[in-house]
Every structure is written in structure tokens, then in C-alpha cells.
Design a protein around this ligand. Structure first.
Ligand code: CA
Length: 517
């Protein structure tokens, strides 16, 4: 392979090395650029000589200032550039460059499960939710029994999933931030892939009482004696005096499980327009290719989904913060732009309360992958959001039902972001450069790699290789279309993600910004 580098924007004064083994000292590119030191794959090469203090530009944006003189052909690393200030939140352009609507895409469908509330599922799952972590092993035990003794009779049901978590008690339940995990868990309990009202397993004495998690619901008590009459949510309360011992607790859960399995087994996939997809976008283990290959391809697919009338969410506040000046002009109105700024400000203050700032974001793996700082990471991350107008902004814990592109505020943590997006999404797209076997039980997770080397090494974990874009074997558009079709196939149950093939399902991690007691 000849020496290959990628410059994203004409004004960039750095490029990234494409060759998988990196390039040795003395390598000369076709245009005469000569490397003065070894540069690993996906790391940056100086296209010019930098004087100390000169801006280093990638994606057409300043990612930092040289903190020393840097000769042309040098390796630009984290320690050779200074982190610039984050864009000031009170000086941003609001809705000044709203993209025109792209022509709508008609005729794309998938086979999903239509629910009575209008939502559409992509899987057929019996879900059992919990109010508090004390009951998690009990529910997990019940789920093992249900899977072994009941599920084999209901071949149309995909899975039985316990919605267990580490929230619910020992927390300041009235603190301002407590509504975030509570709303998240409430929305997840009503997930489209569960088909109908949930079974809630509660301990009894916990702070997060069932009525608080599912406000406005007519919650029915479930014991071994009372009949199961309707489709309202049922609560098994372990401390209920009618439940004598573990055996009766488990049999109450299994009684409800059998009734629901009969109903779920009757669900049929029907043809639904692509507009019924609600796709959560996320990245994890990003590298310097992410912003060149997988994220722009996902952005292209995001635009296709928006054109098809679907809901698309991008998230991860700390990976948007340093690119927010590129996003507020794209908001569909000044109010939407102000909502976006509100979410940035909330997170700035949250980090400050914890004694941290945005420099806490990039991981050692991100840096090994060539990302020098959070600015460079953010510029690559927001490529997932494509080029559509940002039509809505959702706060932490909100359920997103609006069509079009939404910024749904979440932390960047893979598991917390995924958990919050689960309040809304029926499909998940996850891009990665370093690689992670991440998966979720509730929705299919399509993993897209930034580099071909990763897709080849992990051919039974990565669902789509966007690294072909870097080597010229595919384009952003072609991979974007591949992802769009793959989303429709997986949502229809025609194809399975590797995470589902292996049953790799990460635990839920609700975001609790409030104090623990
Ligand atoms: Ca993430």
C-alpha cells in the first residue's frame, strides 16, 4: 500500500495516516511531503511547519494551538497542542443557517410490531421492570425460570428481559436531578418492544415507589390469589403479606409472565413505513478515523432516515459541547438553538460541581487512536448528525417521539447514553474505532467500525465496516445507504446483529446526577 493520508477539509493543516502499520521516518508522499518521524495509523501529520502558538486546523476548525515549533512532516500529538477554550455559550449564532429540507424519501418500509399506543417495536420481548436494585437477583432468578420453563412454548417471542438497575433507594429521591433516572426508567418500562403495560417488581419499602416510576398509571396488585384481569401495569410487591416465601414470589411473577407470553406470542410483524423507526446514534472507543469514515456515513444514513420521516437522536453532551458553534446555526428555530445551549450549560455546571471539566472526556484509547483532545473528538462525533436541520432538543430522561433530527441530551458514557436513548429508540447505531462488544437487550445495536483492520479482526462483532471509505473502496454515500438498508433489515428481524447473535447485552445504567444518601 502506498503512503496514504486523509485531509478532511481544504483549510486543514494536518492530515491523518491511513496505512494500517503507520508510516516510518523518511516516508515520502507522492506530493513530496516527507515524514521526519514514525507516525502510527490514524495519527496526525503536520502538513506545514508550525511556529509556537499557531492554530492546528482539522475539519476546517481549530483543534488547538501548537505549544512549540513543529517541523513539517512531524507527528502531531496530544502533548504538542494546547486545548482551546470551549465556544462561549452566550455568543452563538441562533438558527442562522437552517438547512433546507432534503426531498422526502418514500416507499421504504420494515416489518415491525404495531402497538396499541401507536409505537412500533422491532423485537418481541417480555419485559419485567423493577423499582429498586434490591429485587434484581429475584427478578433475574424468575427470568431464568421463565426462559427455561415457559418461553420454549412461545416461539414467536424473542426474549425475556429484566429491567434491572442500580437506582431506586439510598438516593436523594427529591433532589432536582432525581427526575432524570426516574423518568428514564418509567419510559423504558413502556418500551415499544415490550408491546404493552409492564409487570413491575417492587420491594415495598424503597424510595422509588411504583406509582412514582409510572405516574398516572392504574397499578394493580398481583399476588397468587387475585386474578389478572386487564392490561394495566401489575405490581408484585415482595413485602406483600399475601406472598409467603420466595416460592410464592416467583410463582406470582411467573403467573403474570405466562399470561403476557400468550398475548405476545400472538403479535405479528406487519409492514410499517420507515418513519416508524426511532434511531439512537452513539459512538464509543472513537479514533481519528471516526470523524472521517463511520460517523459521516452514519450522518448520511441519518439524513436518509430524516428524509424518510423517521426520528433520529444524536446525544453525548461532552462530545457536542466543543462543536456547538456548528450546531446552533443549524437549529430549526432560535428557540431550539436556545434549548441546545440550555443543555450545554446544564452539563457545564454539572461537571463544575464535580470538580471536572470537558478535558475529562477523551480516554487513553481515544488518544491511542489519534484523537488529541475533546475538540478533535467532538468535531468527529457530530458528523453522526448529518446535515439535516436540528428540529428538537430533549432533556435528560425525556422520551423523544418527534420526527426529524433531535439532540437528546445524555452523558457520553456508552451505557448511560444507551440507557437514556432506550427511553425512545427502537434501533441503535453505534460507531467505534478502538472496538467494543457493546450491546443492549431491548433493541438491536448495529456496530459500525471506523477502520477495516478492526472489522477484519472482529469480523464476528462488527456489523458494518466503514473503514473502506478511508482506502477508497467505498464512499460515505455508499456506506450510508448500506447502513440505511441494514437498519430496515435488522428492524424487520431479517438480519441479526452480532451483539444479538452472541447475546451481548450490557446492563442498564440510569444517569443519577443527584446525591446518594
Ligand atoms: Ca458514547
Amino acid at each position: 500500500m502506498d503512503p496514504l493520508r486523509i485531509q478532511v477539509h481544504p483549510s486543514d493543516n494536518v492530515a491523518i495516516v491511513v496505512n494500517p502499520e503507520g508510516l516510518p521516518t523518511g516516508t515520502t508522499f507522492a506530493d513530496g511531503l516527507r515524514l521526519v518521524e514514525h507516525i502510527p495509523q490514524s495519527h496526525k501529520v503536520a502538513l506545514k511547519r508550525f511556529a509556537a502558538g499557531e492554530p492546528i486546523v482539522r475539519y476546517g476548525q481549530i483543534i488547538g494551538q501548537a505549544n512549540r515549533e513543529i517541523p513539517q512532516g512531524s507527528w502531531i500529538r496530544e502533548d504538542t497542542l494546547e486545548l482551546p477554550m470551549a465556544p462561549a455559550l452566550d455568543q452563538l449564532a441562533l438558527a442562522t443557517a437552517v438547512p433546507h429540507h432534503h426531498p422526502s424519501l418514500e416507499g421504504y418500509t420494515f416489518d415491525g410490531y404495531r402497538n396499541a399506543d401507536g409505537s412500533v417495536g422491532t423485537k418481541n420481548i417480555l419485559g419485567i421492570t423493577t423499582t429498586v436494585q434490591c429485587v434484581a437477583p429475584t427478578v433475574d432468578y424468575a427470568v431464568r425460570r421463565i426462559k427455561a420453563e415457559l418461553l420454549p412454548r412461545f416461539t414467536n417471542v424473542d426474549d425475556v428481559v429484566s429491567i434491572t438497575h442500580t437506582y431506586g433507594c439510598g438516593v436523594a429521591i427529591d433532589a432536582p436531578g432525581a427526575t432524570i433516572p426516574i423518568r428514564t426508567l418509567g419510559h423504558i418500562s413502556h418500551h415499544a418492544n415490550f408491546g404493552a403495560s409492564p409487570l413491575v417488581v417492587s420491594l415495598g419499602c424503597e424510595k422509588l415507589q411504583p406509582a412514582r416510576m409510572l405516574p398516572g398509571e392504574n397499578l394493580q396488585r398481583l399476588t397468587n390469589k387475585l386474578p389478572i384481569l386487564n392490561d394495566d401495569p401489575y405490581v408484585v410487591r415482595l413485602q406483600d403479606e399475601d406472598l409467603r416465601g420466595f416460592g410464592e414470589i416467583i410463582s406470582a411473577i411467573m403467573r403474570y409472565a405466562e399470561k403476557r407470553l400468550v398475548e405476545l406470542n400472538r403479535r405479528q410483524r406487519t409492514s410499517c413505513p420507515a418513519s416508524e423507526l426511532n434511531v439512537g446514534l452513539q459512538c464509543g472507543g472513537s479514533d481519528a478515523f471516526s470523524g472521517v469514515t463511520c460517523n459521516p456515513a452514519v450522518g448520511y444514513a441519518s439524513d436518509l432516515l430524516v428524509r424518510a420521516g423517521a426520528s433520529v437522536m444524536f446525544s453525548e453532551v461532552t462530545e457536542v459541547r466543543d462543536a456547538v458553534h456548528l450546531l446552533t446555526p443549524r437549529c430549526s428555530s432560535e428557540n431550539v438553538a436556545r434549548d441546545l445551549i440550555r443543555e450545554m450549560r446544564w452539563y457545564d455546571e454539572y461537571l463544575a460541581r464535580g470538580g471536572a471539566d470537558r478535558s475529562a472526556n477523551p480516554t487513553p484509547g481515544n488518544k491511542r487512536g489519534g484523537l488529541s483532545n475533546v475538540v478533535e473528538k467532538a468535531l468527529g462525533s457530530v458528523a453522526k448528525a448529518g446535515t439535516s436541520a436540528i428540529a428538537h432538543v430533549a432533556s435528560h430522561g425525556d422520551k423523544v417521539t418527534a420526527k426529524g433530527l433531535t439532540f437528546a441530551a445524555t452523558p457520553a458514557s456508552d451505557f448511560i447514553c444507551g440507557t437514556q436513548q432506550l427511553a425512545s429508540m427502537n434501533m441503535h447505531v453505534f460507531t467505534t474505532g478502538e472496538g467494543t462488544p457493546y450491546g443492549l437487550a431491548l433493541v438491536p445495536v448495529i456496530k459500525v467500525s471506523s477502520r477495516t483492520a478492526l472489522a477484519e479482526r472482529w469480523r464476528d462483532l462488527i456489523d458494518l465496516d466503514a473503514g473502506r471509505i478511508a482506502t477508497g473502496h467505498a464512499t460515505i454515500e455508499s456506506v450510508g445507504w448500506e447502513l440505511f438498508h441494514l437498519l430496515l433489515d435488522v428492524a424487520s428481524g431479517r438480519k441479526k446483529t452480532w451483539a444479538d447473535h452472541w447475546g451481548l447485552h450490557n446492563a442498564l445504567a440510569p444517569f443519577n446526577p443527584g446525591p446518594v444518601t
